[in-house]
Every structure is written in structure tokens, then in C-alpha cells.
Design a protein around this ligand. Sequence first.
Ligand code: CTP
Length: 414
Amino acid sequence: MADDLAPPDGPLAGKRIVLGVTGGIAAYKSIEVCRRLVDLGAHVTPILTDAALNMVGSTTFKALASEAPKTSLFEDEDPIPHTRMGQRSDALVVCPATARILSDYRTGRSADLLSATLIATEAPVIVCPAMHTEMWEHPSVQDNIAVLLARGVLIVPPEEGRLAGGDSGKGRLASPETIVDAVLGALTIKDLDGRSVLITAGGTREAIDPVRFIGNHSSGKQGYALAAEANRRGARVTLIATTQLPISPDINQETVTTAAQMHEMVTRHADAADVIIMAAAVADFRPVEVAEQKIKKANGTPQITLERTVDILAELGQKKKQGQILVGFAAETNNVAKNAQSKLERKGADFIVANDVSAPDVGFAHDTNAVTIYGADGSTTQVSLRGKDEIARAVFNTVVSADTASTKPARPST
Ligand code: CTP
């Protein structure tokens, strides 16, 4: 079974998720949602309605889910499969959700295994509607959505885009990424609720002339993963980034290019932050002068004089307010432990997340990373090679422990 392949420490490890699939054309996308949930460690039980079976085959789910899909109230030896599944699930996801299931769920009509399970659970329910624009906008559907929202059901709204039959408009199922993110959000403990988190991401660029710059290989992916994790854990997040990657609209994103702009923007937001994570690769040097016109090689090889930029992390370390947690990154190619320890002291950080960027698949531009988190309290936490979202989780586990230790009793949420 695919469950054996699930990472034992994935963010959804140990979670049981019922994936309800109804008969919309978008049903084929639920296969990708199923696969991603299993990859994150969840035990996924699919329930396919009769109409869904017209769109997708149960064999596909048998191969990808954690157990064979259920299709009827009466196929199991268990006489009450809906109650069992409802009771023992950590979350139910309906993807795609047709107008019919919205109506049944709203009225409590127990017409089949899926609608019966939906009303037999107290677990969070995430509903992902998909239908034609006219149907989505119909007052009856909107009325059902409003009632479900008021009951605490999480709705992942449909997006604009191509629909079945060559039409286009609002009603297209949200992307598998968005849906899985909503599930993760619903199942993540909000241990950063009421906290403000400031994160920087990406590499700065220092202009030489209008077409050239001094830069580095940072993609910003680790900083973005940190921002997404902080957001899932309930923090108010500001992300100051040099790159533009997809991110939740809940995150306040500021875009900058140079080290000076990043310094100014960080300074503006730092006071309000309970946690600051400098994941950006900030240039240490910039050209003293920026040529107004493109430097022409016919004029000979230019001599470019550099000057130091402000060390933002070190400045934050000097101004650190009581209770604020300051985290820096250290991308090293040798003497990782020694360099990280020295950065902890020099920059006044509480933690340095160090990686050896000369190792394969680690750091810049990769989707994976391997780090050691050095604490000013002498702690070290090693996190072996894994996805950057997993690294982000490990970083925040460390931050939250430090936060809890330094703020007992917990500060009230603001
Ligand atoms: N950093 C910063 N401002 C700078 C340079 C770096 O805030 N001008 C931050 C980075 O965001 C990172 C940490 O400092 O969190 C470590 O950056 P790194 O470039 O590895 O350290 P350096 O201070 O440049 O030290 P070294 O030259 O010895 O590697």
C-alpha cells in the first residue's frame, strides 16, 4: 500500500483523511490531491460517489491511496462505515464538490456514503467546489455556501479559468497545491497564534550599471517555505523578498531588490515582530558607484570599487527587544559548525540555521536542504536532507520551544 511509502515524520503523519470525490469533470484532479496527501504522511481513505465513478476509476485510487476506495454504504462488513469513518477521521476533504453534495451537506440529507459520512463527523471539513459559472453563481448554491461557512466548514473557492465544454469563467477547481495547503492549514496546531513573524527571502542584487549586477544563487524557496509554515501555524506574517513565488494572500509581502532596500524594509517592520528570520542572502558588498550608462567593453576593463553593506542581522541583534527571537542563516562551504557558532556570537542571534551548500541537493535553488540549527543556549538540532517545507517546520519547532520557554505564561493574543 502507498501508506508504507509515506514519510514517518511528514506534516500529516498519523492523520486519517477521508477524501470524498463527487461527479464533476474536475474529479481527475482529486487523484493528484490524494497522491500529495499520502506523500505528506496522511492515511487517505477515498470515498467515490456513483457519479464520481463515471469520471475516474476506483483502480487509480486503489493504487495511490492508503486503502481501497469506498463506494457504497453497504459494501463493507461494517454495517455503519460512515459513522466509523466520520468518527476516526482527522479531516474530510470533498474534492471536487458538486452543487448536489453542497445541497445534501447543507440540509443533512444522508443520500449516500459520502453525504452520510459528512454528517457523522466532528472533524474539520474542507469543501472544494467546482462547477460551471452559472451554477456557482446561482443563489441556491451561494446560499448553501454561506450556510456551510457559517457552520465552520472550510471552503476552498473555485478559481477563474477553463471549464468543461470549452467554456471559461469562475468555477474551476482550485489547484491541488491550494487544496493540500488548506488541508495542512486545517490540521496544523496554531502555536504561533497572535505572534508576528518577519521573514526575508531571496538574494539581493547590487547594480553595477543599468544591465549588470552583483548577485548570488539564492532562489528564495527556503524563505517562502518558512513564511508558509508560519502562516499555517497562525502567525501574522510579513515576507520581505527579492523574488516572486506563489504564496498565500494572508501573507503581507514586500518586494525589494538591493541590500539597502532590504535593510530599510526590515527596519520598518522589525519592531512589531516577535520572531525575525533572516533567510535572505544579503550582499555583503556593493559597488561604490553605479554607472548611469551601460559600461562598454570598448572602453577597457572597468575597475569596480566595492563597499560594505549594512549587516542587517547584526544590527537587529544589537537592537533586539525583550522576548524577540532572532534567527539567521549561514550558507557555508567549509567549517560549518565553527562558522555558525561564530555568527551566533557576532550577530547576536538566538539561532543560526547552517547548511553546507557544497553538499549535493543542499541549499541554493534546490527544493531540498539539510541543516543544523545552532542555538545561543548551546543547543544543536540536526535536520537531514528533506524538502524545504520540512526544514521550515523544524525551524519553527525550535523557535516555538524557545518562545514557550521565554514567555511562560503565554502572552495574550493581540
Ligand atoms: N546578513 C545580513 N546582512 C548582510 C549579510 C548577511 O543580515 N549584509 C544575514 C543573512 O541574512 C544571514 C546571516 O546574516 O541570516 C549570515 O549571512 P552570511 O552571508 O552567511 O554571513 P556573513 O556575515 O557574510 O559572514 P561571512 O562573510 O563570514 O560568511
